[in-house]
Each structure stands twice: as C-alpha cells, then as structure tokens.
Write a protein that binds this ligand. Structure first.
Ligand code: OOB
Length: 534
C-alpha cells in the first residue's frame, strides 16, 4: 500500500475476497468493461449537451492517460482534481485511475485555505482545474497562489484556456500496466473535525464494491439515467451509486452544472432522468418548485436524499409531489453507507436514515465509555467493514483517536437502531457543523477567526435552521482595547484568507467571556443554549 495508508489486516482482506466483496479488479474496469460489452450505449451527457458512448469515453480517457504519462506523471503520483460538473471530470478521473496516479477529489467551492493544505498533505505533483466554475470564478488565479505555496507541484493542468499553465494533454494511447486492486485508487476528503484536512484513501477493491453494491441495492440497470446534481467529486454523487454505480450497471450519467431546480428539472425532462441524489435543502427547493413547475418529471423514479438529516415532514411529501420513491442515505466519505431499501414500508422511508449497505458492515452503538448501549438507546456509531477505511492518510496520531484498537471507525454520529436494523440519526458528538450537507470542521474555522487581529478567543457552533438544518454562529471574545468586528468585516477577512464560502459564519455574537466546562474548556453546549434562548 501507498506509504502513509493503513491496510486491512491480511486475514480480514482474505475474508472479503473469499466472500466476493472484493473482486480484485482495478476500478477503471468499470469503463473498459462497458466499452467492451456495450460500446455504443450512451455513457455520459455533459452540461453542454455533449454526448459520449462508452467506447468514446474509454478512448478519450486512454488518450488523456497517455498524454499525462508523456508529461511525466507516474504511478503513485497524487493529483489534486478540482473540477465542476463537466465531462472532463469523468474523463480525467478515469485517465488518472488508469495510470495509477490517485486523484484527490477537492470540491469546486474550495479555495486557497483548503487547496494548499490538501496539496501539501498529499504532496501532489499536479493540480487539475477548469479555467472557471461557469459562475465567474477563475481557478487560474487560485492556481497561481497554490503553485507558489506548494513546491511539490510540478504541473497545473487546465481544462479550457491554460494561460501560463498546461492544457490537459492528449496523446496516442499506450499500453499501461493494470493497477494493483488492493492499492489506493483515489482520495476522498473527510468532512473533518480538526484544524487540518484529512484524506480518506479508497482502494480499487473497496470503492468498486461500494459502487457495485450500491447500484444493485438501488436497482440500477442499463435503463438507468442518473443525474449528477451535487458536485461530481462528492462521494454521494460519485459512487453511491452515482457516476460509478451507473457505469457498473451500463446506464447513462447526465451532468447538471448546479443542483438548482432550473437546471435539474430541465435535464430530467430532456434526458428522461430516472434517478438522482440531493442534500436536504435542495430536496426542499425541488419540492417547492415541483408544485408549480411545467417540467415533465414523470421519468424520475428515485430521489436519494442524504448528507444531512432529512426531516420526516418534507420526506413524507416526496412521493406525491415528485412522483418518485424517496431513499434516505446516511453515508460518509470514510466508508459506511446506510440506505433505506426501495421496498421499505413508507414510515421507514420517512422516519429512518436507512441500514448498512453490506452484510459485512459491522456496527456498534456505544456510550461515552465505549460500552454498547441497550437496544434502541442512542449512542455513538462505530463501524468497520469491506469499504470503510482503517486509517486516514498520513495521520497516525489522529488515527489513534479516530479508531478503536480493533479497527472500528468512530463516526462521531449519534444514532439509535430500530429492531429492523434501520438507523435514526439523532445528533453528533464530533465538533463539526453540518450546513445543509456541507461539513465545517469547527477547529479549522476557529483557527481562522483567531488569526483576526482583534480576536482574543473564538468558538463556532451550529444553530438550528429550518432550511439548512444548521447554520454557523461564531462567538468571539475581543482583545482588550479592540473594537468588536461586525459580521461583514469578519467574513471579508475570512474570504481574504481563502476560506470557502460555505464555511463563512452566518451570525456573529460577541461575549465578554466564554462559558466553561468543569474542566475549563469552552462549553459549546452552553453556547448552543444561548442561541436556543435567543
Ligand atoms: C456524506 O458524506 P460526508 O463525508 O460529506 O459526511 C459524512 C457525515 C456523517 O458522518 C453524518 O454526520 C452526516 O455527514 N450525514 C448525515 C446523513 N448523511 C450524512 N446525517 C444525517 N442524516 C443523513 N442522511 O454526507 C455522504 C456520503 C455518501 C452518501 C451520502 C452522504
């Protein structure tokens, strides 16, 4: 395994192979197999209306792979990929898988303060961007800063006008060795709780199983038309079943530039989309828009909602308003996926966040002492299994806290289990804010706030919000003699530091001192109560 990764114990790996969870095939066979078996089927429809058969997509990926090899990229090199929902995202990922240079999947919303640490942690040799995000942000400007800050970066590759950088290269396909399926195929970003980013290594074996088993559970087949409404680089849209699961089933992937009902509904009608995935705030917007929209949504059979808790009230409206089956998905970049089943009774679809994907997923629900709770009680969810990581990349110290000695991942989520095995998410013990599915590590944002010249101390907490689930409140104690900043100044300061827009606080509260716990730490519970009391 790549240096810095934690493998499964050999006897566990053997068990997963014998039971057929791990197929021992490289992840990019999803595309090569498709091109061999049904070359002329449509694999991908891009946001410009560009259409690609399996054969065309496979050839294009092979050409880009050859171009990247010619440029000097080698097996084991890491490449930070930050692309919007465009066809080149899919092509480039398969090209990188083919040459065995694991992509690190950054989100389009990330900025300097996320991308620089990601490049450093992964010691990336290349950073792949689009010229812009289609909404006016120029990634080449960001790349200039990133390149200066990260000496390991040898190439900035650009889809579109490259300016002083390198255009995504193409060359005549060359034969390439297969990847070792037990190796890392790609890195996902953890939602995180700490001040520095954490990378989740996903192997060919575990991620192929993740995609295939998800596609099977969701009933995907060659007639599936899957709309990528969320960022393609997010695990949910990428492989749950998402893009990879659709390819596994021989279906068609349609890329939407945004998750808005404007874009999504038009594509559903035009391409006869059958399935898609959204986060709860988008589901709310779709439910509202569907009440008056003229678009024909009758092809849509499955709406997956996950990333944050979807409340029962809107959940109950999905079938009648959108005319499709709701599936709740409670997943994590780290691995474990919980899905409601398509034939679950209505109250299970509405009231629960699903149950584990795999018969080999092991879960424990434990109290603060790590002891299993009584049946039906709520506690922290721990898990291990054939597609759940055994350790973050190059993070031994963090790993010693995030995993039990016997390899269970501590999810930080509070859940309770029903007798049927379905889980209900009740909250969280991790110091993170879940703003409509976008994760904000509290410590990271606090560190940025502490860098402000007038700030003595900072704490961020989530505040309940009907649409987003949570929004972010920053509590500050100001330095002696300093004037308190206002929210607008503070967010300008954070933007200047290159913090992604979704991490900016929605509200600011100035306190004289922070409430403390008995051991003298800032009491976020007490801060939360201040918000609740208005
Ligand atoms: C998905 O993945 P991440 O890595 O962005 O975030 C994982 C965390 C979970 O630990 C949990 O705290 C929260 O997001 N979460 C949910 C949820 N789905 C995720 N909380 C309540 N209800 C849900 N349905 O968010 C993700 C990955 C794959 C598929 C779907 C979501």
């Amino acid at each position: 395994m790549l240096d810095g990764c934690v493998p499964w114990p050999p006897e566990t790996a053997e068990k997963y192979r014998e039971a057929g969870y791990w197929a021992d095939r490289p992840l990019d066979t999803l595309l090569t197999d498709g091109a061999r078996v049904h070359p002329d089927r449509t694999a991908l429809v891009g946001p410009e209306g560009d259409r690609w058969t399996y054969a065309e997509l496979d050839t294009k990926a092979a050409r880009i792979a050859a171009g990247l090899v010619e440029l000097g990229l080698r097996r084991g090199d890491r490449v930070v990929v930050q692309l919007p929902n465009i066809s080149e995202f899919v092509v480039a990922i398969f090209a990188l898988l083919r040459i065995g240079a694991p992509p690190v999947l950054a989100l389009p919303a990330h900025r300097e303060s996320e991308i620089v640490p990601l490049c450093e942690l992964s010691e990336a040799t290349a950073y792949l961007i689009a010229e812009d995000d289609g909404a006016g942000f120029d990634y080449r400007t960001l790349a200039r800063t990133v390149r200066k800050a990260v000496p390991s970066l040898r190439h900035v590759l650009v889809v579109g006008e490259a300016e002083e950088f390198t255009a995504l290269p193409e060359a005549k396909p060359v034969p390439l060795d297969d990847s070792d399926p037990s190796e890392v195929a790609l890195f996902l970003l953890s939602g995180g709780t700490t001040g520095t980013p954490k990378l989740v290594p996903r192997t060919h074996n575990d991620y192929l199983y993740n995609a295939r088993a998800s596609a099977e559970l969701c009933g995907f087949d060659e007639h599936t038309v899957y709309l990528v409404a969320l960022p393609a680089a997010h695990n949910f849209a990428f492989a749950c079943p998402g893009i990879l699961g659709t390819f596994a089933a021989g279906g068609t992937v349609v890329l939407s530039p945004t998750p808005s009902p404007d874009d999504g509904f038009e594509l559903i009608e035009r391409e006869k989309v059958t399935a898609t995935a959204v986060v709860p705030p988008i589901a709310l917007l779709w439910l509202e828009t569907a009440e008056w929209s003229d678009n024909d949504l009758s092809s849509l059979a499955l709406l997956q909602v996950g990333g944050a808790k979807f409340n029962a009230e809107p959940a109950a409206r999905v079938r009648d308003t959108l005319g499709c089956t709701l599936q709740q998905v409670f997943g994590m970049a780290e691995g474990l996926l919980n899905y409601t089943r398509l034939d679950d009774p209505n109250e299970v679809l509405i009231e629960t966040q699903g149950r584990p994907l795999s018969a080999a997923d092991e879960i424990r629900i434990v109290d603060v002492d790590g002891e299993p709770v009584a049946d039906g009680e709520s506690g922290e969810l721990l898990t291990r299994g054939p597609y759940t990581l055994r350790g973050y990349y190059r993070a031994p110290e963090h790993n010693s806290r995030s995993f039990t000695e016997d390899g269970f991942y501590r999810s930080g989520d509070l859940v309770r289990a029903l007798p049927s095995g379905h889980l209900v998410v009740e909250g969280r013990v991790k110091d993170q804010i879940n703003r409509g599915g976008e994760k904000i590590p509290a410590e990271e944002l606090e560190n940025h706030l502490l860098a402000h010249p007038d700030v003595h101390d900072a704490a961020v907490v989530g505040m309940a919000d009907e649409v987003m689930g949570e929004r972010t409140c920053a509590f500050l104690v100001v330095k002696n003699g300093s004037a308190a900043p206002i929210l607008r100044e503070l967010t300008a300061f954070l933007r200047e530091r290159g913090v992604a827009a979704y991490k900016l606080p929605d509200r600011l509260e100035i306190l004289d001192t922070f409430p403390l716990t008995t051991v003298g730490k800032i009491s976020k519970k007490a801060l939360g109560r201040l918000l609740a009391d208005g």
